[in-house]
Design a protein around this ligand. Structure first.
Ligand SMILES: *Cc1c(COP(=O)(O)O)cnc(C)c1O
Length: 450
């Protein structure tokens, strides 16, 4: 064993063989780590025979380790799944215009809390507030980290100690640990369930209202639908009842769309229907950055801003920059549809997608067994659960000597990882979510795998 241990090269000798430009401290640490591992393997008796620890071998391993340490684990991928709001892949991508604005704000100082006219302290969200008032007629706005935070903050600031009335058909669980009953109790309020899973009437809310009631809450059942023999109460009816009884009406809209998708409530409509406070996500159907948007009557917004949780949950300057730039695109709906990637991808026509898939197929290695295939997918992110999105994919059933599983792995390991799904023994590249400028990257990845 000692003989084997003596064959391990010296750290400096390994270092001398490496010419790549990698910080010396990182390299040294990685070389030591690799040598330690070899030493441990020898001690455990995993190497019985002659030495194979050349400087080059150790250097190779150390270099790979150093490179992986220096590569961010959070990095861009190509989404070939066709799922537009893919939660695991970061939900909504930003447009070039929005990303450029974020970059400018990120790289220097900004007017985050500075008023250029008075040279005094300004509001963090004035621009966003103006845009949202313009787009929705809301009175006031608060921006926090995500919609879960928006709902929690609203309940904490407005309902603590009181009862919150919710339909049994709307006790939603979103991915992670966001469950309506738990958020209500975390907000210090008491859940009062009314109605049944499939049917809740206005009179159910009416009968539940008592001295302790503080708000009527409506939750959009984003990620599921109750079908068949069903009835629920509209936001308008609920808002009217709340007014009549001197209570607040709160609407957790979830996706928060500004354009019409079948069955999806729109933000403008929720405001027009008279909801006192409306919460929704910035990075679902809106197609902006991760954040939670609270629209509300002035008195409620000011109460929310004064709550200590607001300071803890408010959005950072990069999200604010991205949100303001995204909202400005919505001033003209045609511009929004053309420039917000989420909208462009969701609204792409069958013809456009087929043409796109044909182009991708034309660029791929001719020796692959690939063809066009019609596929159907989902919006993702818990949005539009019943709507299937017909799309076109390049389907690959055989890659030279590689199986479909090996191909999928090869794609995932590419310098820009390509995330695709396997369905019925075919690797599917759904073009709905692939940006055209990535086609060459994909073609290169396939050309190298044979
Ligand atoms: C998605 C969603 C949430 C949580 O929003 P995040 O932005 O993911 O925090 C809350 N409520 C509803 C109804 C949702 O659909």
């Amino acid at each position: 064993m000692n003989e084997l241990l003596r064959t391990l090269p010296r750290v400096d000798d390994v270092l001398d063989t490496i010419t790549e430009k990698i910080p010396r401290t990182v390299l040294l640490d990685c070389i030591r780590k690799v040598l330690d591992n070899c030493r441990n393997e020898i001690i455990k008796g995993e190497h019985k025979s002659a030495p194979f620890f050349s400087e080059q071998k150790i250097a190779e391993k150390a270099l790979a380790l150093a490179k992986s340490r220096l590569t961010p684990k959070l990095r861009p991928v190509i989404n070939a799944t066709g799922v537009v709001l893919h939660t695991n892949l970061g939900r909504a991508p930003l447009s070039e215009y929005v990303a450029e604005h974020v970059k400018q704000v990120a790289m220097g100082y900004s007017t985050l809390e500075y008023d250029l006219e008075t040279s005094k302290r300004g509001s963090r969200t004035e621009g966003i507030e103006n845009l949202l008032k313009n787009l929705t007629n809301a009175e006031a706005v608060c921006i926090v980290n995500n919609n879960a935070a928006a709902v929690l903050l609203t309940l904490s600031a407005l309902c603590e100690g009181g009862e919150v009335v919710v339909s049994r058909g709307e006790l939603v669980e979103i991915g992670g640990s966001f469950r309506v009953p738990e958020v209500i109790s975390q907000g210090g309020a008491i859940l009062k369930e009314v109605g049944s899973t499939n049917k809740t009437h206005l009179s159910d809310y009416g009968q539940a209202i008592c001295e302790e009631t503080s708000a009527l809450l409506k939750v959009h059942t984003s990620n599921y639908k109750i079908m068949g023999f069903t009835e629920d109460v509209s936001m308008k009816e609920l808002a009217n009842l709340a007014k009549e009884k001197n209570l607040r009406s709160i609407y957790d809209l979830g996706s928060g769309s500004f354009i019409s998708f079948a069955g999806e409530p729109m933000v403008q409509q929720a405001v027009a229907d008279g909801a006192d406070v409306i919460c929704f996500s910035g990075d679902k159907l809106l197609g902006g950055p991760q954040c939670g948007i609270i629209l509300g009557k002035k008195e409620y917004a000011s109460k929310i801003r004064k709550h200590p949780l607001y300071r803890a949950l408010r959005a950072d300057k990069l999200s604010l920059a991205a949100l303001e730039a995204s909202l400005s695109l919505y001033l003209d709906m045609e511009t929004a549809k053309a420039q917000i990637p989420t909208l462009t991808m969701l609204l792409a026509s069958d013809e456009e997608l087929k043409e796109k898939a044909t182009r991708l197929l034309g660029l791929l290695n001719k020796r692959l067994n690939a063809k066009l295939q019609k596929v159907s997918g989902q919006a993702g992110g818990g949005s539009l659960p019943l709507q299937t999105f017909e799309s076109w994919a390049v389907a690959i059933t055989q890659g030279e000597d590689l199986t479909v599983e090996e191909l999928e792995k090869h794609l995932r390991g590419w310098k820009i990882p390509i995330i695709a799904r396997i369905h019925r023994d075919a690797l599917l590249l759904d073009v709905r979510t692939i940006e055209a400028h990535h086609f060459y990257e994909i073609a290169e990845c396939f050309s190298i795998c044979n």
